[in-house]
Design a protein around this ligand. Structure first.
Ligand SMILES: [Zn+2]
Length: 247
């Protein structure tokens, strides 16, 4: 994608790989059925999946940590998610399925994520030449974590923003009525945080969000300072439109 940042996901699941110079970082691992695809995808780029040191997760839904267990077996990587989502997964592991696909097969609670490290808001991890800044942006889940990641290309350094999750499936009125959980105010505060961010590179945690494959096909640079503000303005608009319609 840009310098030491690589896309290794599918047309729906965005998994990003970063070569820190002192091991690899992986961000989200997609659906459980990506457990063979991801190591192959990493190997095709010329990297060894055994070199993964950390696996970061944007939030505690199965379509973001599905292949984590397999990748940890291969690499021994330290698995990370926010402390808040880690607590939620311990207390209510069924929340990992989160009204996406009730028919998905996953052993609850064995197959949910059991992280090695629980991240706090504002934490900065430095691995090799890479900094990962953890920014809590709750709403989609209570512990959804966005990451600002330093990316090196030649002598340039860029900031990439991996957005934590903006799906309304946990914010709509049906979810609120069914679960009694209302995270809309958290999401509203996260929108304010997000709108204040000015990344050089926008990374969605689902591939279509940041139009990764289109951009690649068209040969467009991933360094695009307009991509994020226009995307988050659209989410902001759609969120308030949903609330207006639902009343
Ligand atoms: Zn989700």
């Amino acid at each position: 994608m840009c310098g030491n940042l690589y896309f290794v996901g599918t047309k729906d699941s965005a998994t990003h790989l970063l070569d820190t110079g002192e091991g690899l970082l992986l961000f989200d691992t997609g659906y459980p059925n990506m457990q063979d695809f991801l190591p192959e995808s990493i190997t095709k780029l010329g990297f060894d999946p055994k070199e993964i040191r950390y696996i970061f997760h944007t939030h505690g839904h199965f379509d973001h940590f599905g292949a984590t267990r397999r990748l940890k077996e291969i690499s021994g990587a330290s698995t990370c998610i926010s402390g808040i989502d880690a607590c939620l997964l311990r207390a209510k592991p069924e929340m990992a399925l989160c009204h996406y696909m009730p028919d998905i097969s996953m052993e609850i609670p064995e197959e949910v994520l059991h992280p090695d490290r629980e991240l706090e808001d504002g934490e900065i991890l430095t691995i090799g030449k890479t900094r990962v800044h953890c920014i809590l942006t709750p709403g989609h889940t209570p512990g959804a974590m966005s990451y600002e990641i330093s990316v090196q290309e030649n002598d340039q350094e860029y900031t990439a923003l991996l957005c934590a999750g903006v799906g309304f499936n946990t914010l709509n009125i049906d979810f609120i009525k069914e679960t009694g959980l209302n995270w809309r105010e958290d999401f509203e505060r996260s929108l304010t945080i997000w709108k204040g961010m000015k990344p050089d590179i926008f990374l969605g945690n689902h591939t279509p969000q940041s139009k990764t494959l289109e951009r690649k096909a068209e040969g467009k640079s991933f360094v695009d300072r307009e991509a994020w503000p226009s995307y988050i303005a659209e989410i902001d608009h759609n969120f308030h439109e949903m609330i207006r319609v639902e009343g």
